[in-house]
Write a protein that binds this ligand. Structure first.
Ligand code: SF4
Length: 262
């Protein structure tokens, strides 16, 4: 079997109910794929369309963990529809990995409505930097750092299983994110590097020279030396896990099965 990369490291099955995403991340792989296959235009990605059929249909039990969502996020605009689908997935006995750049109000609602399914849910909140200026540049419409940490703390204190994805890391200060997040993490903090930016940025941000320059800078920041330094600091830390983008640099064998989450 070929090496497992991207979201397949975490889950064998992804479920989404929306085209487009309000968060408008410049590095968004889902947006770049939608553009590549002419499903949207670059300027339309933030104009979201919920697929009602996917909200209304039934969901059975899948083999392994189900990741929800992977090509959009859970936002105040779609949280009710997301809850309908999550409820169906959980009722069918699925274990669900809920991945989000979290809005605190949405996380409060999810925790309240899904409290009967705590043992089947693992939250994974994306936090690639503690610097709001950087977050605002790369993920312009997503919540800022303090709101993401507050969301993590809320899910943790409500008794849910929690984890963090620092992929992509957006600066060389990921230790700050690790230190702030660690008290509220029951599972893992995943570290990863931005991937395929040279292909994604020209497609997602056509004609944007500043984005191209910042992408080149980011690639230089999270270089082999920085990655090996991180590994030296955290290799014995049981809470830290390494995404495929770092495994490749570090010589760690890639997963051979989807959804092992390791
Ligand atoms: S939150 Fe995820 S799906 Fe939405 S724009 Fe950002 S990377 Fe893309």
């Amino acid at each position: 079997m070929s090496s497992i990369t991207g979201t397949k490291e975490w889950a064998g099955k992804n479920i989404n109910i929306q085209t487009g995403c309000e968060h408008e991340c410049r590095y968004c792989y889902a947006k770049s794929m939608a553009l590549r296959f002419s499903r949207v235009e670059a300027c339309n990605w933030k104009t979201t369309i919920i697929d009602r059929k996917k909200v209304e249909k039934g969901y059975s039990k899948y083999k392994g963990t189900v990741m929800f969502p992977s090509t959009h996020d859970i936002t105040p605009a779609n949280v009710e529809e997301c809850l309908v689908v999550l409820d169906k997935l959980l009722r069918s006995g699925n274990r669900v990995l809920i991945v989000s750049k979290p809005h605190l109000d949405c996380v409060k609602l999810l925790c309240q409505k899904l409290s009967d399914y705590k043992t089947q849910i693992l939250f994974r909140f994306t936090i690639g930097s503690a610097d709001d200026e950087l977050l605002s540049y790369w993920e312009p419409m997503a919540p800022k750092f303090n709101e993401r940490i507050a969301s993590l703390e809320h899910a943790f204190t409500q008794g849910f299983q929690t984890s963090v994805s620092s992929e992509p890391m957006l600066d060389r200060h990921i230790d700050i994110v690790i230190d702030k997040a660690r008290p509220f993490v029951t599972d893992a903090i995943w570290l990863g590097a931005a991937n395929r930016l040279a292909n994604i940025i020209p497609r997602n941000c056509p004609g944007d020279q500043e984005a191209l320059r910042k992408a080149a800078e980011l690639k230089q920041l999270i270089d082999t030396t920085y990655i090996h330094g991180l590994y030296a600091r955290y290799k014995e830390d049981p809470i830290i896990k390494w995404k495929d983008t770092l495994k490749k640099v570090l010589g760690i064998p890639a997963s051979e099965e989807p959804g092992l989450d390791q």
